[in-house]
Design a protein around this ligand. Structure first.
Ligand code: NAD
Ligand code: MG
Length: 407
């Protein structure tokens, strides 16, 4: 049984519903709030959360008359309380408050905290059987096996919000699991698609942040430039849909119009297309099992003219290869892959390592973990968090030598 409801039986009527947005002040949060703004009578906002931006959280909480607002930084509780005093909106601060926000009774929860910090809040929503629109891919990469098992046990529905996975979600219903041959997720190729390895090695932060098609948060934009994001998405697809690494292909498609495709045994390939606008997959999750009227631009293929495709280059983008390696090794390895990448990206942003060293740090951390022989499967969220923490410290220890070594 799958927690992703592939067959759409239209059983649930789309009445006005209570919704919560975890990571409301981020890029996905912003797109989600924009959709909610489009039909305020259909949604009651239960909880909104943010990391440290009190002003942005307060603005949204007031606008949407949320019942609860939570800020992750515990030192900001007083600021939040002062700014919301007299509104009747309850406040909380710290990790426990973010988890409480997820646990409060909303029918639909957008899980859009960035990074592994999103795991526990997403699990809190899953455990009470909510419908969870899942943008946070790291929680699947970190703990996908039991995240999906917990969703099945709790009767939660996971609606994939990541554009490629949402495309697969829309296409997979065209056939059965036994009829599936493979899925294909597309990648824009990022800003360095045509660059040679030496230039990629020395790319600056400003260059890495110039995504050709998508406007996203900083971490995922850098991951797109290294194609680590596509690696995370291969892993994400594996856990979400129960696919082996060999059943998941990546195809570089610079226009970002086709987001995902599914090939079936009769050689039919079913694709989902749309402008590169995250409000489209989020609208699909928000409306599911119906479709809402979205605010995004309509697709004009005659104007676009050409859709082109290339095979991914594992040499210039070694992070993608490492993701497949991690997936072959198993759940703990994908947890290490993600943790090391988070450390590496933070080090790159801080100017401590070159762009090319991101993949080298991830590889060195994964190798050290495999050598440690500690490959037991993860059986709880705490197991995953322990592996995540160990991998972060290992990556931090390896950082100086990786930084010192030129490629
Ligand atoms: P972002 O950095 O723009 O926003 C992250 C949100 O999480 C913010 O509201 C921030 O306040 C909150 N947050 C950050 N750290 C936190 C912590 N420790 N505790 C609690 N809250 C915290 O990120 P984003 O681009 O919106 O991405 C969010 C998630 O969605 C990521 O997992 C990303 O991979 C995924 N995703 C994003 C896009 C996109 O287009 N931006 C597309 C697909 C998937
Ligand atoms: Mg994506």
């Amino acid at each position: 049984m799958s927690a992703v409801p592939l067959r759409n039986n239209k059983a649930a009527a789309s009445a006005a519903r209570a919704v919560s947005v975890l990571g409301a002040t981020g890029s996905i949060g912003d797109s989600t709030m924009d959709l909610l703004r489009g039909a305020p009578e259909r949604y009651q906002v239960e909880a909104l959360t943010a990391n440290s931006n009190v002003a942005a959280l307060v603005k949204l909480a007031r606008e949407f008359n949320a019942r609860f607002a939570a800020i992750a930084d515990p030192d900001l509780l007083k600021d939040l309380q002062d700014a919301l005093s007299g509104t009747g909106i309850e406040c909380g601060a710290g990790e426990s408050a973010i988890i409480e926000a997820a646990a409060r009774p909303a029918d639909w929860v957008m899980a859009a905290v960035s990074g592994a910090a999103g795991l526990k809040p997403a699990l809190a929503a899953v455990d009470r059987g909510a419908t969870v629109a899942l943008a946070n891919k790291e929680c699947l990469v970190c703990a996908g096996d039991f995240f999906m098992q917990r969703a099945v046990s709790a009767g939660a529905r996971i609606l994939p919000a990541d554009s490629e996975h949402n495309a697969l979600f829309q296409a997979l219903g065209s056939g059965n699991r036994e009829e599936l041959v493979r899925v294909i997720i597309t990648a824009s190729g990022g800003p360095f698609r045509t660059w040679d390895s030496a230039d990629i090695e020395r790319a600056t932060l400003a260059q890495a942040l110039k995504h050709p098609n998508w406007s996203m948060g900083q971490k995922i934009t850098i991951d797109s430039a290294s194609m680590m994001n596509k690696g995370l998405e291969v892993i994400e697809a594996s856990y979400l849909f129960g696919l082996t690494p060999d059943e998941i292909d990546v195809l570089v498609h610079p226009q970002s119009i086709i987001h995902g495709m599914v090939e079936f045994s009769d050689r039919s390939v079913v694709a989902q297309l749309g402008a590169p606008d995250m409000r489209i997959p989020i609208a699909h999750c928000l409306g599911w099992p119906d479709r809402i009227v979205g605010p995004s631009a309509r697709l004009d293929l005659a104007r676009i003219g050409q859709l082109t495709f290339e095979a991914p280059d594992f040499n210039r983008f070694p992070g993608l290869k490492l993701a497949y390696d991690a997936l072959h090794t198993g759940q703990g390895a994908t947890t290490v892959f993600n943790a090391a990448n988070e450390v590496a990206v933070a080090a790159f942003i801080a100017g401590k390592i070159r762009f090319g060293a991101i993949a080298r740090l991830v590889e060195a951390t994964m190798n050290a973990w495999v050598r440690s022989g500690n490959l037991a499967p993860l059986s709880s969220a705490d197991d995953a968090i322990a592996v995540d923490h160990n991998a972060r410290s290992k990556a931090a220890t390896l950082l100086p030598q990786i930084a010192a070594k030129a490629s």
